[in-house]
Design a protein around this ligand. Structure first.
Ligand SMILES: Cc1cc2nc3c(=O)[nH]c(=O)nc-3n(C[C@H](O)[C@H](O)[C@H](O)COP(=O)(O)O)c2cc1C
Length: 183
């Protein structure tokens, strides 16, 4: 088990095929990161033939308890930043309505209650999208409710909603610079 001398990233993987592989690759570039894997993400990653093999300083936490026991560490100042990437329409909808009944939604909720900033890479950002399904590209038409939920999430305190992989990468770089300048 890794000793927690250094504040950590909390990265939530949800069961969205949209930019799943790309988000996964970004986790591999981070040091001192806890990866919170939703039950759906645990299934989806196998469909994309990905393995939870990360740098040595990474810990992987699964959704196995009703009370989301791993999120207790938020109350001990373990995390400096939450990243939810990719974020399914399901997880975004729950977050927007203050529901925290899964590991993923609990990370977002407890981060909010502990004033830890969050970056959310929402999938449903436009009325028409192309997404990488396990066997090739498919068209997706997010509903009005999905788009409204993404929009509403943008009004949350300390929450940055990003809508593209390039924006996600830029926001991570910005946050890394902020953390470095904080010492
Ligand atoms: C291969 C695959 C790809 C999926 N891609 C998406 C997606 O891009 N966006 C989405 O909202 N849901 C997607 N889903 C459905 C979610 O996994 C499902 O809604 C799940 O309940 C989400 O749970 P979570 O939000 O707790 O991870 C996908 C499911 C599968 C099997």
């Amino acid at each position: 088990m890794v000793k927690l001398h250094v504040p950590r990233w909390a990265w939530v993987l949800t069961g969205s095929g949209h930019f799943f592989t790309e988000s996964f690759a970004l986790v591999r570039q981070l040091e001192h990161c806890d990866v919170f894997v939703s039950k759906a993400a645990n299934e989806v990653l196998r469909m994309y033939k990905l393995k939870l093999d990360f740098p040595e300083t990474t810990r992987v936490l699964h959704d196995k308890t009703a009370s989301a026991i791993p999120v207790g560490e938020f109350y001990h100042g373990v995390y400096h930043t939450v990243v939810v990437a990719p974020a399914t329409s399901n997880t975004v909808a729950k977050c927007v309505h203050g529901i925290s009944d899964t590991l993923a939604t609990n990370v977002f909720a407890q981060a909010g209650k502990c004033r830890v900033p969050a970056i959310v890479f929402a999938c449903d950002t436009a009325p028409e999208l192309e997404t990488q399904a396990p066997h090739g590209l498919v068209k997706v038409y997010p509903r009005r409710i999905d788009l409204e939920n993404t929009k509403q999430l943008k009004s949350f305190e300390r929450t940055l909603v990003v809508e593209s992989l390039a924006d996600l990468e830029a926001s991570l770089t910005r946050r890394q610079a902020e953390l470095a300048s904080d010492g």
